[in-house]
Design a protein around this ligand. Sequence first.
Ligand SMILES: [Zn+2]
Length: 387
Amino acid sequence: MVPVFVDTYFEGATPLRWEQEEEGVIDLYVIHDHARFSPNQQFTQWDFKVHIPPERIGSSVRLRFARLNNCWNGRPSPAMKSKRVTSVVSYDGSTWLPLLGIPSETAEFAIEFELDLRSESTHFAHVVPYTDSRLQQRLNALRPHPSVRIYDVGATVDGRPLEMVELGNTEAPNRIFLRARAHPWETGGSWLLDGLMTLLTDDTPTSRAILETTCFCLMPMSNKDGVHRGMTRFNVKGIDLNRGWGVDTPHDPELVPENACLQNWFSEQRRAGRLPQMAICVHNDDNGRIHPSHPSIDPAGYAARLERFEGLLREETWFTEGMVGGSYRNSGTFGEGVTELYGADAFIWELNARWAEGLGRQPMHTDWQQMGANLATVVQRYFKADG
Ligand SMILES: [Zn+2]
């Protein structure tokens, strides 16, 4: 047997059981996230390290994921079957390489990866990790900047502070809100906001001009408990932070303080006459499209504004995926709720974790950072045309 140790004991690592049942093959028995009082369950998060003794460097192992039975909106779905499944690998903890999954021939195991072991420690994850520690380093570096204000809007179920990062002129006529990590595994939003914050604080004439007329309000890590625990989707009470946004259903501060405090923040902004005109909840999936909401007031105006925003995204970034059309609604999402409750142009933006059509390859964290940097110009042009 290959002498191997699967390390799941670091920040954000995914808890799972593992066994080497045959030479060079490691079976991974995953732990799904479960929704509270519902059949919904999901596993799409993996983040662990494979340790080997130095004399085994240059060998490889096959990783087999077992029993990936997801359930979404009450419907069972065999996770990651007959789809392109991707992962990322790092041998030094800072540079990351893409890795394509191999559809499994056994019914028991839905997906396999052939992992080259090029160092004593190989970091293997679904998408490039973005931990709370990393976020805190970024926020500490940003705090002294004169255009940045960082404050807590509340805390998670476990008591972790939830930061709001405001960049730009407090009295700016244009305001936009973005939230990342409602679902812990989806680090794309974290990298996107990371790139956006870097651009906005680079002290060039371009960024100064943007911050003069636009205030960016960012909630960079919404489901922090899930991020710390290496979870996939729900908070630790089994609540989906991208559900339960409705006119008649305020968020329960005991079950889902992550949403309740954000709802309070939106209400405070409204009282102060500072509501964001646009609100975006950033996610990852394997389609990569914008999911518009269906407002009861001025649906045509909303559609026209989103179309303009989407057009600017296509011009300024590698975005090509487009918008979800038709009348399909995913009711209770952040987008639908915030649009209806506060009249902001709110929507869900999914970043395709598998494939970036505009790049012709699997997107990496640096691509999402780049898109975030270019988003600053998208927002500036969007509001300019608005005025
Ligand atoms: Zn999501």
